[in-house]
Ligand binder design. Structure first.
Ligand code: AMP
Length: 545
C-alpha cells in the first residue's frame, strides 16, 4: 500500500471512541494532545479535519463528501447482508449511521483475500474521490470507492469511516478543544493558537503552523474570510442595559450574513460559513466595485423590497434565472474589518464604525447610541415597524471577536421566540399535499457539548408548494428508512421554528413540546452544530414564567 507511511486509521478510531466516552474536558484535551503530538504535518491536518467532520478538501465540496443515504446503504450491502427493515430498526435504535455500520459489520462481513491497511491518507483519498465524482457513473464510482474502504475496515473503523463520510462525528470535540490540545502538544501558548485560529480560520492549518513554529505568520488578510462575530440572545431591553450600560442599537435585518472583501478591481463575497458565494450575487459585486478603497466589511444581504429572504440554498438562487429581477438584493454594512491597509479587528467598535462610514458606501446600517431600557424598547418597536426582525445592541468599546458570542453583541427578537432545530423526519400531508412530505419532525442538541439529537416537536410546513417539492426531493435523497407515515432522514436541514409557548411533555424525548409550532424559515446558512440545545429550551420555558 502506497499510503503505508501515513498513520493508522485504527488508532484514530480508538482515539474517537475514548473521546466520546469521556465527559471530562481536561481528559479530552490530554487524549487529543498525546495523539496529535506524534503525527506528521500532513496526517495532522487530515486527523483534525476528520475530528471536526470535514471529510474532504476538494474545492466546492464545502468539506463534505456529499453522499446520499442510498450510496452508504449500497456499499454496506456489498460487504454484509441485511434487510431494509433491519437497517431502519438499527438506525432508530442508534440515531447514528456510523453505529449502524459498526453493528452490521460485526455480524460478520465479507473480507478480501489480501486485506489492505487503512491509513488517514487512504481514507482522505477515498473521501476526495467520492466528493469529486460527478456526472454519469458517479454513483457507481462512489459506491465502489466506499465498498473498497469498508472491505478493509474492522467494525470500529467502519463506524468512524461512515461518521466522517456523513460529516456527522458527534464525539464532543470542538475547535476549542483542538486548539487547547495543539497548544499542549506543540508547547505553544493557548492564546497564540486561539488568535491564529480566529484569523486563519482553519484549525488544521493552525495546528500545522503550531507544529512547525509558524504561528506568528497568521494575520488578517483580504480574501481570507474570518468567522463572523455573533450576538447573544437577550430576554429584554433591561437586560441589555444592565449588561452593557451605554450601547449602540441597530435594526436586526432579516437576510443572509455576508462578508465583503475588496482589493483593487477584485470583490469577493463570503457566507456566514465562510464559503465563497461571489458568483451568486453579481449586482452586489457591481455596487461594491464602484468604491475606491480596499476593505473588508461585515453585514447582511437583504431583499431590497423588504421582507425576509428565504431560499432553500444558494445553489437554488443561482439556478433561478429571473432571480435578479424578481428579488433584487442589497448589502447593508454594519462593521468594518479591514481598511486603509490594516486590520481593524482590535479597534473598538466606535472606531470601526468611523472607518466604515468614511468609506463612502451608501448602504451602511444606521445606528443610535442609547443608555436607557426605554430607548432600547423604542428602537425595537421602530425596527419592527420597518419590517425588520428586532434589534442588535453592541458595546461601543468592544473589539471584533470572530466567531464569538461574547456578550458584547445582544440580539432582541420579536416577542415570539424561535428555535433553530434540525429536521430528523418528515410525514406525508393530506388533501392537496397528499403524497408530499409536508410535516417535519425536528430535534435540538442535548447540550452545547453533547450533540446527541433529542426530538422536540413536529410542525406543519408553512412553505410554498414549490419549496415543499424541493424539500420532498431533498428528504428522499437523505432518507434512512420509512415507518408508517414517517420518513426518517439524515439530520441535514436546519430550520427556524416559531411557537406560542413551551410545555413540559412526555411525548417527546426532550421532555418538552412546543405549542402551535410553525416553520418560519429554512436556515440553509446554519450547520448542524449551530442549532439550539435543551438548555435554551429550558431557559425559554422558565422565561415564560
Ligand atoms: P440569528 O440568525 O437569529 O442567530 O441572529 C444573528 C444574525 O442576525 C447575524 O448572524 C446576522 O446575520 C443578523 N443580523 C441582522 N442585522 C444585524 C446587525 N445589525 N448586526 C449584527 N447582526 C445582524
Amino acid at each position: 500500500m502506497k499510503a503505508a507511511s501515513s498513520a493508522l486509521f485504527l488508532e484514530f478510531s480508538l482515539l474517537c471512541e475514548k473521546l466520546s466516552s469521556t465527559s471530562s474536558n481536561s481528559e479530552k484535551v490530554r487524549l487529543l494532545a498525546s495523539y496529535l503530538r506524534n503525527l506528521e504535518s500532513e496526517d495532522l491536518g487530515i486527523a483534525i479535519d476528520f475530528l471536526l467532520g470535514r471529510a474532504s478538501r476538494v474545492r466546492s465540496s464545502e468539506g463534505r463528501a456529499n453522499v446520499a443515504f442510498a450510496t452508504v446503504r449500497d456499499a454496506l450491502c456489498q460487504v454484509v447482508t441485511f434487510s431494509d427493515d433491519q437497517l431502519l430498526q438499527l438506525y432508530k435504535e442508534h440515531g447514528d449511521l456510523g453505529e449502524v455500520a459498526m453493528e452490521l459489520l460485526s455480524l460478520g462481513h465479507a473480507v478480501p483475500l489480501v486485506r489492505g491497511q487503512l491509513t488517514l491518507k487512504r481514507i482522505r483519498d477515498g473521501m476526495d474521490d467520492i466528493a469529486s465524482a460527478q456526472g454519469s457513473g458517479s454513483e457507481k464510482r462512489k459506491v465502489m470507492t466506499l465498498t473498497g474502504l469498508l472491505l478493509d475496515s474492522s467494525p470500529l473503523e467502519a463506524k468512524y469511516l461512515i461518521k466522517i463520510l456523513t460529516s456527522d462525528m458527534r464525539i464532543g470535540v470542538s475547535e476549542g478543544f483542538i486548539a487547547e490540545a495543539a497548544a499542549e502538544a506543540f508547547s505553544v501558548g493557548k492564546e497564540a493558537v486561539r488568535k491564529a485560529y480566529l484569523l486563519v480560520n482553519d484549525m488544521s492549518k493552525v495546528a500545522v503552523m503550531a507544529k512547525e513554529g509558524r504561528l506568528s505568520d497568521a494575520g488578517f488578510s483580504l480574501f481570507t474570510p474570518i468567522r463572523p462575530m455573533l450576538a447573544e440572545p437577550a430576554s429584554s431591553a433591561r437586560q441589555i442595559i444592565d449588561d452593557m450600560g451605554r450601547c449602540y442599537v441597530e435594526d436586526k435585518y432579516d437576510g443572509i450574513r455576508l462578508q465583503v472583501h475588496k482589493k483593487g478591481g477584485e470583490v469577493r463575497l463570503y457566507s456566514r460559513a465562510m464559503d465563497d458565494v461571489t458568483r451568486f450575487f453579481p449586482e452586489i459585486v457591481e455596487q461594491i466595485s464602484r468604491l475606491n478603497e480596499d476593505f473588508a466589511l461585515d453585514g447582511e444581504l437583504i431583499y431590497e423590497g423588504g421582507g425576509r429572504l428565504r431560499f432553500f440554498s444558494l445553489q437554488k438562487l443561482l439556478r433561478n434565472e429571473g432571480r435578479r429581477e424578481k428579488y433584487p438584493l442589497k448589502f447593508v454594512a454594519f462593521d468594518a474589518l479591514y481598511a486603509r491597509g490594516r486590520s481593524l479587528l482590535d479597534l473598538p467598535l466606535v472606531e470601526r464604525k468611523r472607518e466604515l462610514f468614511a468609506l463612502g458606501y451608501d448602504n451602511c446600517a444606521p445606528f443610535k447610541e442609547v443608555s436607557a431600557p426605554e430607548d432600547v424598547e423604542r428602537a425595537f418597536k421602530d425596527s419592527i415597524a420597518r419590517g425588520n426582525e428586532g434589534i442588535v445592541a453592541k458595546d461601543p468599546e468592544s473589539t471584533y471577536q470572530p466567531g464569538a458570542r461574547g456578550k458584547r453583541w445582544f440580539k432582541l427578537k420579536k416577542a415570539l421566540d424561535t428555535l433553530d432545530v434540525v429536521v430528523i423526519g418528515a410525514q406525508y400531508g393530506n388533501g392537496k399535499r397528499k403524497g408530499l412530505l409536508s410535516d417535519y419532525v425536528f430535534a435540538v442538541r442535548r447540550s452545547r457539548d453533547d450533540a446527541t439529537l433529542v426530538p422536540i416537536g413536529k410542525a406543519y410546513s408553512g412553505l410554498t408548494d414549490e419549496e415543499l417539492r424541493d424539500y420532498h426531493d431533498f428528504f428522499m435523497r437523505n432518507k434512512i428508512g420509512e415507518k408508517g407515515n414517517t420518513v426518517w432522514v439524515l439530520p441535514r436541514l436546519v430550520i427556524e421554528v416559531g411557537f406560542q409557548s413551551i410545555q413540559r411533555s412526555a411525548r417527546y424525548e426532550s421532555g418538552y413540546a412546543l405549542r402551535f409550532p410553525r416553520i418560519i424559515s429554512v436556515r440553509a446558512d446554519k450547520k448542524l452544530d449551530e442549532i439550539d440545545d435543551l438548555q435554551r429550551v429550558e431557559d425559554l420555558f422558565k422565561a415564560q414564567g
